[in-house]
Design a protein around this ligand. Structure first.
Ligand SMILES: Nc1ncnc2c1ncn2[C@@H]1O[C@H](COP(=O)(O)OP(=O)(O)OP(=O)(O)O)[C@@H](O)[C@H]1O
Ligand SMILES: [Mg+2]
Length: 216
């Protein structure tokens, strides 16, 4: 079972939007997915309540019950746990990073958002976790995007797939859906499909490399 934590202390960066859409993308590739909502604001849980389909399953938890929730997910046969975290630096955020196999840090391409990234990266590094950045709520192209990408790439790996600002992300979540369900042929769905494929490959590569290092 893999655990992916969506994390950044910057509020509104796109953690919930990405976590839910990646969960749906993984489901559509036949994974058994559990979303754990660690945010007291419970945005993911709100989405789940509006959702008609039974899967992916979602449970809202406090950080103290995280180890128990993960153990239960494992014995229930889930193969992917996706954790949505609060937009603040607090003990639950650190707990979610600590239990993760892989972290995804969404970041909007603005100077204020970029300045908020280092503390999250510091915690991830301190706990020796693998992570990637995903640029979110971006314009389709432009200098601002290139500058943000250059800034983030000094801190770590940046996804080549960017998540553009599109109404489909807001409308899909409002309807209890992911964009791949809401508008399967739309641009947002294509982005999420490409992003999830890239994340899967990256996780495989990191797992393979660490195995090799371990053997060596
Ligand atoms: N690609 C996008 N296009 C358009 N709107 C987006 C996109 N991504 C996120 N949003 C909108 O931006 C807002 C913040 O997104 P989201 O809730 O995913 O961020 P968050 O990091 O989970 O926030 P918080 O820190 O409050 O938990 C939401 O209203 C969401 O609908
Ligand atoms: Mg959120």
């Amino acid at each position: 079972m893999r655990i992916i934590t969506f994390v950044t202390q910057k509020g509104g960066a796109g953690k919930t939007t990405l976590a839910i859409n990646c969960a749906i993308a993984a489901e559509l590739k036949k994974h058994r997915v559990l979303i754990l909502d660690l945010d007291p604001q419970a945005s993911s849980e709100g989405w789940y309540q509006d959702r008609e389909a039974d899967s992916p399953k979602l449970v809202k938890i406090d950080s103290w019950s995280l180890p128990d929730a993960i153990a239960k997910a494992n014995s229930a046969g889930f193969d992917l746990v996706i954790i949505d975290t609060p937009g603040r630096d607090e003990p639950s955020t650190t707990a979610a990073i600590r239990c993760a196999d892989f972290c995804i840090i969404p970041c909007r391409p603005t100077p204020v958002d970029l300045r908020a990234v280092p503390p999250t990266v510091a915690t991830i590094n301190r706990l020796s976790k693998s992570a990637v950045f995903v640029l979110t709520q971006t314009p389709p192209r432009g200098e601002r995007l290139r500058e943000a990408e250059a800034g983030l790439s000094m801190l770590g790996i940046v996804s080549p797939v960017r998540i553009v600002t599109r109404a489909a992300y807001q409308d899909a979540l409002g309807a209890g859906l992911g964009v791949m369900e809401y508008e399967p042929e739309g641009k947002a769905a294509t982005e999420i499909r490409q992003l999830w494929n890239w994340i899967e490959k990256k996780m495989e590569k990191i797992a393979y490399d660490s195995e090799k290092t371990h053997i060596a």
